[in-house]
Design a protein around this ligand. Structure first.
Ligand SMILES: Nc1nc2c(ncn2[C@@H]2O[C@H](COP(=O)(O)OP(=O)(O)OP(=O)(O)O)[C@@H](O)[C@H]2O)c(=O)[nH]1
Ligand SMILES: [Mg+2]
Length: 144
């Protein structure tokens, strides 16, 4: 199984998605530090929101095979700088979260993620557990 590192704004749904991927109940717990849980490297939103933490993100990225930029489908703005993906010398995918919510805007989220340099874009809802199987599929092949 490959490992994926989630990066995105506070509250965008990284930890919930990790719980969904592991088949766990969705329980809210603010992420305070980089956390290694099974196939996921979970990061605090603050690391993506403040440039001074970018180096910490890059160090943690070494433990992952794929980087997942997580974009809340209801968010009207993106915190990802243009071409942010090029900082990581890894495959970067885009994950749209909270697609179950009213006000979710998939095309807008996709634009944000593409600008950030994400390749494959997946639509997910941790609460409804949709799109979770697609993420698992991507992680299934062992790194070569
Ligand atoms: N409706 C809906 N709510 C979600 C979904 N995913 C997460 N949430 C809610 O959004 C809130 C924040 O979710 P987290 O998964 O903790 O967000 P996070 O990105 O890990 O946040 P930080 O740890 O602060 O960086 C929680 O109240 C979740 O229940 C989803 O797919 N649908
Ligand atoms: Mg979290």
């Amino acid at each position: 199984m490959k490992k994926i590192m989630f990066i995105g704004k506070s509250g965008c749904g990284k930890t919930s998605l990790s719980q969904a991927l592991h088949g766990q109940d969705i329980t809210y717990l603010k992420t305070q530090a980089v956390k290694y849980a099974g196939m996921v490297v979970d990061t605090p939103g603050e690391f993506a929101e403040n440039r001074r933490f970018y180096s910490a993100l890059m160090v943690s990225a070494a433990k992952a095979d794929i980087i997942g930029f997580v974009q809340d489908a209801t968010a009207r703005v993106s915190i990802f700088p243009p071409k942010f993906a090029s900082m990581f010398k890894k495959e970067v995918i885009g994950i749209i979260s909270k697609t179950d919510l009213d006000g979710s805007d998939i095309p807008r989220s996709e634009r944000f993620l593409k600008l950030a340099g994400a390749g494959t874009i997946l639509e997910t809802s941790a609460l409804e557990r949709t799109g979770v199987a697609r993420v698992l599929e991507l992680l299934e092949n062992d790194p070569g």
